[in-house]
Design a protein around this ligand. Structure first.
Ligand code: SAM
Length: 271
């Protein structure tokens, strides 16, 4: 067994004072905002937000941290501490007043699941400032035509614009993780209507098919999903896309064109 123990629940607490301020500052003026913090831990970022936000809702899974947090913020009527799993929490039900902002030094073991959870609630969210493992942040923010562009990038960029703000070394945390960490700002602005996509989930399933085997061509991935070579070649020709291209080179507009031509009016996803 490795001698390096993985911290329970992804608990690498921020210990760098400048970093926690930079993260909170990235949300801007919060005086009229409701903010949801994912995994407040011992309150490194919470302490700053509690002084700034109109309302702050913190969701912490570790029941041993909750009494400490409730005690720390007992004199802040605007701060609510909820003991819950973020993935089981209906964010829309927490927000009574317009759109909320999200912030969190995320538990890295469930980063992708949390992002998908936020995207599902994107109609109720304005901005998210979230810290994750640097390599994952690079993938979320990657542009088409680069090696890192994949299903996570395409999905994230369907829901908003991504800014890769800054990177922190392991020593900014206690205990230090084995990886560097980056902070992303996601400004939610779903693109489905503009791309003329009616069924969001079917389109994401289509993206999954296109990226199924990253090193394979679009033609191969679509054939493996049950589309015929003739169908694919015709549709690609109409879109001036080579069927020999890899999905990582395509813009979202091209995926949307292919989806509308191949899958939107079928019973896709094909079982
Ligand atoms: N925000 C604190 C900080 O920066 O020091 C703690 C960040 S630590 C990386 C992640 C936090 O998320 C921990 O407090 C952990 O207990 C909490 N956490 C882990 N899984 C969670 C889940 N499913 N739902 C809510 N909180 C979770």
């Amino acid at each position: 067994m490795s001698s390096k123990r993985k911290p329970k629940l992804g608990q690498n607490f921020l210990s760098d004072d400048a970093a926690r301020h930079r993260i909170a500052d990235a949300l801007g003026d919060l005086s009229q905002r409701t903010v949801i913090e994912i995994g407040p831990g011992h309150g490194a970022i919470t302490t700053i937000l509690a002084e700034r936000a109109k309302k702050l809702i913190c969701i912490e899974l570790d029941r041993s941290l909750v009494p400490e947090l409730r005690f720390k913020f007992r004199n802040h009527a605007t701060v609510e501490i909820i003991e819950a799993d973020i993935l089981e929490t209906d964010l829309s039900a927490l927000i009574s007043d317009g759109k909320a902002d999200v912030i969190g030094n995320l538990p890295y073991y469930i980063t992708s699941d949390i992002l998908l959870h936020l995207f599902a609630a994107s109609a109720h969210l304005r901005t998210a400032v979230v810290m994750m493992q640097r390599e994952v942040a690079d993938r979320v923010a990657a542009q088409p035509g680069t090696r890192d562009f994949g299903l996570l990038s395409a999905t994230a960029q369907l829901y908003g614009t991504i800014d890769n703000l800054f990177t922190l070394p392991p020593l900014a945390f206690s205990p230090p993780p084995e990886v560097h960490s980056s902070v992303l700002r996601i400004t939610f602005a779903p693109r489905f209507a503009e791309l003329n996509i009616k069924d969001e989930q079917a389109f994401i399933d289509f993206l999954r098919v296109c990226f199924a085997q990253k090193r394979k061509t679009l033609l191969n991935n679509l054939r493996n999903a049950g589309f015929s070579a003739k169908q694919i070649t015709e549709v690609c020709e109409n879109a001036a896309i080579s069927p020999q291209i890899r999905a990582e080179s395509l813009q979202l507009e091209s995926f949307a064109f292919l989806f509308r031509a191949l899958a939107a009016d079928t019973n896709f996803p094909k079982k």
